[in-house]
Design a protein around this ligand. Structure first.
Ligand code: SF4
Length: 479
């Protein structure tokens, strides 16, 4: 049975419930996230991991401070190299620009390298609506395109599927003979994709980083599909978030190290493709047109609202792999392009928020594992708390939550009230436990949310203060 897809437009609570009810999803997530996070720890301990993180953070902070200046420098250098630069305020404008480029070049088919930015603007939908066929060429993206699903992880889009699910999909969609041999499955995909590369008129990729001092677009891949996307078709378009800049070539290699070690635990990826302009006279390959689309889509607003730290993200996916919530529910339950801790931060800030996006900041235990794993040391728990505060200010609180917090505040403002509340809680829970045979196993709604998966604890008969005072009294009374 394949992993059941989650309705991305369903209410958040339903998405989570569906994810939790799927045992295959749990198996697939555990296998991949544990493997990736172990590889990251090993790769970072093989070098001075803390130093690498500090240097990468400093460099990215510098980029944010000088963003307008670096963007202009990058644009000037892309143009000097013979490329074209387009500025897109939002997803609609980015899609319009890419469609115009495609129409002018009479494009029927687009091959795509893995790109979260194109997922963010829903480029495939826009291309299909215009009669242009998009083909995902990263193996993971190709699999989910066949399955009709969005990616469920920033780096490993098919992390939610088991080998068995993929084998079944290939049998259905690619007429693959029954096999669970990953090599045989890869070979089938390779043959299909090779044909697509040779017949597509346009290649589209994201951009892992753009080098301001040279106007170079860099894409990091392991399958070589990025290089074929950027060199084989006659037109190449790179869609780049405005924050994806690095000032110098040296900085690019610093970020490259941080990215590969944190995302897949590799010392370096198999391919790093660097494109500086279209094919020049004497070049063996390369596109005749090279376009860079610089995408804002809410990023300037994030900076203005005090969430600029989220723009330091290099999209390595490490925070997803260590997050206890992501490990249970996977990416689709978030309902947005970006999932995990960083997704819970940026999804509510993007211009077209998903259903219940205000609930995403609560998809965290605030344990801090994401902050510890992040190669740019983004304080994700703090950003999540800030977003929770915003959600409350915007009125996204239930009547019960509001009343309980007001009651809590009222009790905490006066010692006698606080102590009386403790006594009442202790009495009520002791009584309930006594009536239910010693353990509180069920509570009425909304507290039933707690007892659905665990027992409710009884409060101690004596408060900590009373126990402490009794202990001191006993000590003083001792001869
Ligand atoms: S927030 Fe940090 S750990 Fe998460 S994807 Fe971004 S860079 Fe990686």
């Amino acid at each position: 049975m394949p992993t059941s897809p989650i309705d991305l437009h369903a209410p958040y609570d339903d998405r989570v419930r569906t994810a939790l009810a799927n045992p295959h999803l749990k198996t697939a997530l555990s296998r991949s996230t544990i493997r990736l996070s172990t590889a990251r720890v090993n790769a970072l301990s093989a070098v001075e991991g803390q130093r690498l993180r500090n240097q990468t953070r400093q460099m990215k902070e510098d980029v944010l401070r000088r963003l307008p200046e670096l963007l202009e420098q990058f644009e000037a250098n892309v143009i000097a190299n013979g490329g074209q630069v387009h500025w897109a305020r939002d997803a609609a404008e980015a899609n319009r620009i890419i469609l115009d480029i495609a129409r002018q070049a009479n494009v029927q088919k687009v091959v795509k390298a893995k790109s979260m930015a194109t997922e963010e603007i829903h480029l495939n939908d826009a291309l299909e609506a215009a009669g242009i066929t998009p083909i995902e060429t990263d193996l993971g993206e190709y699999i989910i395109q066949l399955a009709g699903e969005p990616p469920s992880h920033i780096v490993a889009p098919v992390v939610h599927k088991r080998l068995e699910d993929i084998a079944q999909l290939f049998q259905e969609k690619l007429d693959m003979p029954p096999t669970f041999d990953p090599e045989a499955m890869c070979s089938i995909a390779r043959v299909k994709l090779r044909q697509e590369f040779l017949t597509a008129e346009m290649g589209v990729s994201g951009c892992n980083f753009g080098i301001a001092e040279t106007g170079t677009v860099c894409i990091v891949t392991n399958e070589g599909n990025g290089r074929m996307t950027s060199t084989l078709p006659k037109v190449y378009v790179a869609l780049m978030g405005i924050e994806k800049l690095v000032p110098t070539v040296e900085d690019a290699f610093l970020q490259f190290q941080a990215l590969t070690r944190s995302s897949t635990g590799q010392q370096c990826s198999v391919y790093l493709s660097m494109t500086s302009g279209p094919r020049k006279v004497g070049d063996a390959d390369g596109p005749s047109e090279f376009h860079v689309v610089l995408l804002d889509n809410g990023r300037s607003e994030m900076l203005a609202r005090g969430y600029g730290e989220a723009l330091l993200c290099i999209r390595c996916g490490a925070c997803l792999n260590v997050c206890p919530v992501y490990r249970e529910i996977g990416g689709h339950a978030y309902g947005s392009t970006y999932s995990g801790p960083i997704g819970a931060v940026i999804s509510p800030l993007l211009p077209a928020p998903v259903t219940d996006s205000h609930k995403l900041p609560y998809a965290s235990s605030l344990c801090g594992a994401c902050r510890d794993a992040c190669p740019v040391k983004i304080d994700l728990p703090r950003l999540l708390l800030d977003l929770r505060a915003d959600a409350v200010e915007e009125g996204h609180t239930s009547w019960f939550d509001k009343q309980s917090m007001q009651g809590f505040l009222w009790a905490m403002q006066d010692r006698r009230r606080y102590e009386a509340a403790g006594k009442l809680g202790s009495f009520a829970t002791q009584l309930l436990a006594a009536l239910s045979g010693g353990t509180i196993k069920t509570l009425p709604p909304p507290l039933s949310g707690w007892t659905r998966s665990r027992n409710f604890p009884t409060l101690a008969k004596q408060s900590f203060r009373e126990q402490w005072a009794a202990r001191l009294d006993a000590k003083t009374a001792r001869p």
